[in-house]
Design a binder for this molecule. Structure first.
Ligand SMILES: C[S@@+](CC[C@H](N)C(=O)[O-])C[C@H]1O[C@@H](n2cnc3c(N)ncnc32)[C@H](O)[C@@H]1O
Length: 338
């Protein structure tokens, strides 16, 4: 009996899990972390109603949201001297502060945008179809993610700023802990480099390095021209990738053609997840990798790979050797040599 009740509760918990994500998106959209930060001390629900322009008639509803998010570690619950419930920031919600150099709010809003969420509704139907080349995202929207970005400037903006927040976080760590990977490189092409924030950080961190940011035309058109050491080139990586000493990220075969041999410093640097690597807080990291794998499958027809799968991929691409540095949380730095 006890086991049955536990199993039933677990099923309900899983079923209602989407509410956690939606409350997180709501907190990002309302900018609740900014309001608490500006308040300076733990904020009560009345404080939050006042600063977020939420009518007091909705304070009970806002309290429910704050309680759930506190339970999930986004806020820290407090009690004021007068006995009122109040909420403070935690290291997790600090990532949502608009003033944070690694603000993840656009990332949260993009991943939980209805264009991304809608495609997961197609998962069962998609799994029954024999076609593996069309993603659930394409079935839902009639075009792939990049095609939708090209025709929807608003979604393109939110996607690009989500990528900027994430790449600024990752590249700041990579330039500190994986400096060796970039040593001696004169020029680098960032393939699918988005609006160029990674390139900006790289040319700042490595004096003399020149970067080419290569991406689709609708992305390059919106990229700010931030440094004379960075060139912006638009095109399709499946057709041709501009030449440089090293290529950062993505499609291996084309990247191999774009770089010189290993003796001349040629290499491909990939920053991505490697399933199965040991990381801190293994339980959360393991589940996050499983979730990210599904996210890639649903929205881009991609997948996350374990080390063996990465090795098979680089062998199939005609590359000779590789080195994996597991040192940036969920992501690893993979260096591949022609
Ligand atoms: C996941 S985003 C990564 C952006 C950036 N590298 C970052 O880390 O912030 C993938 C990028 O690849 C670009 N992309 C997709 N297909 C492409 C293609 N065929 N040729 C060039 N770029 C492409 C997208 O426009 C997008 O900016």
């Amino acid at each position: 009996m006890e086991e049955t009740l536990k199993a039933h509760a677990q099923l309900w918990n899983l079923t209602f899990s989407y509410i956690k994500s939606m409350c997180l998106k709501c907190a990002a959209e309302l900018e609740i972390p900014d309001a608490i930060h500006l308040h300076g001390t733990p904020a009560t629900v009345s404080d939050l109603c006042a600063s977020l322009s939420v009518p007091t008639v909705k304070s009970r509803h806002l309290r429910s949201l704050m309680r759930l998010l506190s339970h999930k570690g986004l806020f820290e619950p407090h009690v004021t001297p007068s006995g009122e419930e109040a909420f403070d920031l935690t290291p997790v919600s600090r990532f949502l502060l608009s003033t944070s150099i690694h603000c993840s709010s656009p990332f949260v809003r993009m991943i939980l945008d209805r264009h991304i969420m809608d495609s997961s509704q197609m998962l069962a139907e998609w799994l029954r179809r024999p076609d593996v080349s069309t993603s659930p995202f394409e079935i839902t929207h009639g075009k792939d993610l990049w095609g939708l970005n090209a025709v929807m400037p608003q979604f393109n903006r939110i996607f690009n700023s989500a990528m900027e927040g994430d790449s600024s976080f990752v590249i700041d760590i990579v330039t500190r802990v994986c400096r060796e990977a970039f040593r001696g490189i004169g020029s680098l092409v960032d393939v699918g480099g988005g609006t160029g924030l990674t390139a900006v950080k790289l040319v700042e961190a490595f004096t003399g390095l020149r970067c080419i940011v290569f991406d689709l035309p609708h992305v390059i058109a919106t990229a700010p021209r931030a440094s004379a050491a960075i060139e912006f080139v638009s095109g399709d990586m499946f057709v041709e990738v501009p030449r440089a000493d090293a290529a950062l990220l993505k499609i291996l075969m084309r990247c191999k053609e774009a770089i010189p041999p290993r003796e001349k410093g040629g290499k491909i640097i990939i920053i991505d997840m490697v399933v199965g690597v040991p990381v801190d807080d293994a339980q959360i990291a393991f589940e996050t990798l499983l979730l990210w794998d599904l996210h890639m499958m649903i929205n881009t027809n991609g997948k996350e790979r374990d080390e063996k799968e990465w090795r098979n991929l680089f062998i199939a691409s005609g590359l000779c050797d590789y080195k994996i540095t597991h040192s940036i949380g969920l992501r690893s730095v993979i260096e591949m040599y022609p």
